[in-house]
Design a protein around this ligand. Structure first.
Ligand SMILES: Nc1ncnc2c1ncn2[C@@H]1O[C@H](COP(=O)(O)OP(=O)(O)OP(=O)(O)O)[C@@H](O)[C@H]1O
Ligand SMILES: [Mg+2]
Length: 462
């Protein structure tokens, strides 16, 4: 329910107005002077103030100016009531930022209509502010944390490209912040009020990807009922983030090229050419030049995409960013979980600095998140990150399921050896390398645990 503050030094006028507004469903309060109105406004934070212009000491316009100097942007909307015929003071009020004015004698309908418009505007402003702060906090340039030269370069580049239609290619290992950077470009630039659409080219089957991106006309293929607009069309004026572009099928590559060059597309099964204005940001952790050599990626598309390239180095190459990131995630998860953890102790920070972070910033974030959850003092200590920083250079990519209980180490080792062997295509020397063992040790363990036998009896293992 919107709150309205009525300010008038005439008791009768005040009473009539508050009654009209209460009857209309507003929470109405009254003040008999500018001074009282100031105090009440500070205490109650009304949505709209309906004030008489002529009052002793603080008049309507002064009231408005005082509030403005105190509140800045989150101001109530002010409606000024003026005597009939005093147009010049009404104009002055409007110039100084009043929402509107109504002249006396007041007409009930006019009052209600003006108040309603004011309430609607305040509502929209409020929602907009909330939205802006959500967007800004999460996705703006503010969200890119770190003081290393790398991060500074990235931020400078983001600022350079966010207002231009130029295509951007973001490169980096998994978890280095490619999507974060794409969002920062969009939400800090001129397109921020238009849609940002992210699509992962690797996770959608080719046939579906095409119709997702370009849309289709009825009957374009079996099952294509009504017309459907694609993501490019739906994101008109905004940004499309093509994640994992290295996995884009060749048939779609040429269509994307057309969107980039001609700024137009055709829906599947459609004849009509549709103009689209979208900024494309592409990301990949693949080596596109290698993909070109292998004939999997169009060279002309590559040159179009890489006009501006932003490279995000792995976290292990910019460890000086770790303290700032840890602080940022600490705050983030304190808020999220309602915790009050103040710091991370020295030896944890040292462990972080020594670690090679195969999962980059995403992994660091997950480690801090978990630590915030399980920490039961105000300082994160080594116990809170126990088992999180797995050793091994870069990770083997071999996943092993750990059973809930009754776990026998030999069984796990067997499985690990078997999986490594499978991954290495049966080449023992390669399997040994995957596990960071010498060839000799590998064979020794293999024989010892008689891995060849798919389900060896525990008793048989010496
Ligand atoms: N510099 C940074 N400051 C703050 N948060 C970051 C930073 N870099 C990455 N992150 C956070 O790390 C997580 C992973 O980032 P993001 O999803 O952008 O990575 P990515 O490069 O797209 O990874 P993938 O290739 O696996 O999709 C996100 O939660 C993101 O907010
Ligand atoms: Mg990503």
């Amino acid at each position: 329910m919107a709150m309205i503050l009525v300010v008038d030094d005439e008791p009768l006028q005040r009473d009539i107005l508050t009654r009209i507004l209460s009857d209309a469903g507003y929470e109405a309060h009254a003040a008999d002077s500018g001074e009282e109105a100031l105090e009440m406004a500070r205490a109650m934070n009304p949505d709209v103030i309906l004030t008489d212009l002529k009052m002793k000491r603080i008049n309507g316009i002064e009231l408005m100016e005082r509030l403005k100097s105190e509140n800045g942007f989150s101001m109530p909307a002010i409606i000024i009531m003026t005597a009939f015929g005093s147009v010049s003071s009404a104009v002055e009020a409007m110039k100084k930022g009043a929402f509107d004015y109504i002249s006396k004698p007041l007409e009930k309908e006019m009052v209600l209509l003006t108040v309603k418009r004011a309430v609607n505007m305040v509502d929209i402003l409020k929602k907009n502010r909330e939205l802006q702060s959500v967007l800004y906090n999460k996705f703006g340039i503010e969200g890119i944390v770190g003081g290393s030269r790398w991060v500074k370069d990235v931020i400078n580049l983001v600022k350079k490209v966010n207002d231009s239609p130029v295509t951007v290619l973001v490169l980096g290992e998994s978890g280095t912040g490619k999507e974060l950077v794409a969002r920062a470009i969009h939400y800090s630039g001129t397109r921020s009020t238009k849609p940002f659409t992210a699509i992962n080219c690797a996770s959608i089957p080719e046939s579906l990807l095409e119709s997702e991106l370009f849309g289709y006309e009825p009957g374009a293929f079996t099952g294509a009922g009504a017309r459907r607009t694609g993501l490019f069309e739906a994101s008109n004026g905004g940004t499309v983030f093509l994640d994992e572009i290295g996995d884009l099928p060749p048939s779609i590559q040429s269509k994307i090229l057309r969107v980039l060059q001609e700024k137009e597309l055709r829906r599947l099964g459609g004849r009509e050419t549709i103009k689209v204005d979208v900024k494309i940001i592409a990301a990949t952790n693949k080596d596109l030049e290698k993909e070109i050599k292998n004939g999997r990626f169009r060279e002309d598309l590559y040159y179009r995409l890489r006009i501006v390239t932003i490279e995000l180095p792995p976290l292990r190459e910019r460890k000086e960013d770790i303290p700032a990131l840890v602080g940022y995630f600490l705050e983030k998860y304190n808020k999220e979980f309602g915790r009050r953890i103040k710091r991370v102790n020295e030896s944890v920070l040292r462990a972080f600095a020594d670690y090679h972070w195969p999962g980059n910033v995403r992994q660091l974030e997950a480690v801090v998140e978990r630590a915030v959850l399980i920490c039961d003092t105000d300082t994160i200590t080594p116990g809170d990150i126990k088992g999180e920083l797995k050793s091994g250079k870069g990770g083997s990519g071999i996943d092993i399921e750990i059973p809930e209980e009754g776990i026998v180490l030999e069984e796990l080792e067997q499985e690990l050896l078997r999986k490594a062997m499978a991954k290495a295509g049966g080449v023992a020397s390669r399997a040994a390398k995957l596990l960071g063992m010498s060839y000799k040790t590998f064979w020794y363990r293999w024989e010892k645990l008689s891995v060849q036998n798919p389900s060896p009896n525990k008793e048989e293992v010496p």
